[in-house]
Design a protein around this ligand. Structure first.
Ligand SMILES: O=P(O)(O)OC[C@H]1O[C@@H](O)[C@H](O)[C@@H](O)[C@@H]1O
Length: 247
C-alpha cells in the first residue's frame, strides 16, 4: 500500500523539492547570486556574460549538493577557479565561501519573508509510512534544514535528521556520495537494503544508487524523469501520493 518492495522498513526523505516547496527558493537564490557574480567576472576578464540557467545549470551542477560543493561545481563548469576563502567571508567576497554566504543570505530572507510550503501529497505519504510502522528520517544537504522543517510544521514527523550541519560536524561527504544517507540508515538501525530513498535531485538519486539502498524513488517536479532514472531512480513519480494510489 506504500508502493515499496517487501523488506523496506524505513524511508529516508530528501527535503527541498521532496517534502517542501523550497527547491525553487534555492534555484532563484543561486541564479540571483551567480548572475551578479558573472556580471562582475565578465567586466573583470572581458569574457561574455552568460547568465546562470535556473533549470539546466541548477539541475546539473547545484541541486542536492552541499552549498559550497554546488558553488564549486558550477564555477568549474564555466572554467572559473576562485579561492576557497573561509566560512566567515563577507557575502561580497569573490571566494567560494563568500559567494555561498551571499546565496544563503538570499535564501534565508525569502524563507523569513514567505515562510515554507509543503507538498501535501508528501505529508500524506509520510503519515501513511508512520502509520504502517516504518521508520523515517530527513536527509538534506541544506544547513537550513532544522529551520525549514520547523517553518513547515513537519519537524516532528522524522526520527532522525542528517543535514548540512551534521555533515559538516561529522565530516560526511555530500551527495552524490551515499554517506549522508548511510548515516541516516544507521541512525534508524537499518541496513541500506531495508531503507528507501526519496529524492528529486540527480545527485540525490545517484547517492541512493551508490549506497545500494532497498529502493530509490525519484520525484520529478521539473520534467527530468529520464535523467532521474539514468542516475539511479528505480521508479519516478511526480507526487508521493501516487505511491499510495498504486496500492
Ligand atoms: O544552502 P543550504 O540551505 O545549506 O542548502 C544547500 C543545498 O541543499 C539542497 O537540498 C538543495 O537542493 C540545494 O539547492 C541547496 O543549495
Amino acid at each position: 500500500m506504500l508502493g515499496l518492495p517487501e523488506g523496506v522498513r524505513g524511508c529516508l526523505f530528501d527535503m527541498d523539492g521532496v517534502l517542501t516547496r523550497t527547491a525553487t527558493v534555492h534555484a532563484d537564490a543561486w541564479k540571483s547570486m551567480f548572475d551578479e557574480f558573472l556580471h562582475k567576472w565578465a567586466g573583470r576578464t572581458g569574457a561574455p556574460f552568460v547568465p546562470f540557467d535556473a533549470a539546466a545549470d541548477y539541475d546539473r551542477y547545484v541541486d542536492g549538493k552541499k552549498r559550497a560543493d554546488g558553488a564549486r561545481s558550477f564555477l568549474r563548469s564555466r572554467g572559473i577557479e576562485l579561492p576557497e576563502g573561509t566560512p566567515d567571508d563577507p557575502p561580497d567576497a569573490m571566494t567560494v565561501q563568500g559567494l555561498s554566504n551571499r546565496k544563503n543570505q538570499l535564501v534565508q530572507a525569502v524563507i523569513e519573508r514567505d515562510g515554507v510550503q509543503v507538498f501535501p501529497g508528501s505529508v500524506r505519504y509520510v503519515d501513511e509510512v508512520r502509520r504502517a510502522g516504518l521508520r523515517t528520517a530527513v536527509v538534506s544537504s541544506s544547513a537550513n534544514t532544522a529551520q525549514v522543517l520547523e517553518a513547515a510544521g513537519i519537524a516532528g514527523r522524522f526520527e532522525a535528521r542528517v543535514d548540512g550541519v551534521v555533515a559538516r560536524e561529522r565530516r560526511l561527504a555530500g551527495k552524490p556520495a551515499p554517506d549522508m544517507y548511510l548515516a541516516a540508515a544507521e541512525a534508524l538501525k537499518l541496513e541500506p537494503g531495508q531503507a528507501a530513498v526519496f529524492e528529486d535531485a540527480l545527485a540525490g538519486v545517484a547517492a541512493g544508487r551508490a549506497g545500494r539502498f532497498g529502493f530509490v524513488v525519484g520525484v520529478d517536479r521539473v520534467g527530468q524523469a529520464d535523467e532521474l532514472r539514468d542516475n539511479g531512480a528505480d521508479i519516478v513519480v511526480t507526487d508521493l501520493a501516487e505511491l499510495l494510489e498504486d496500492a
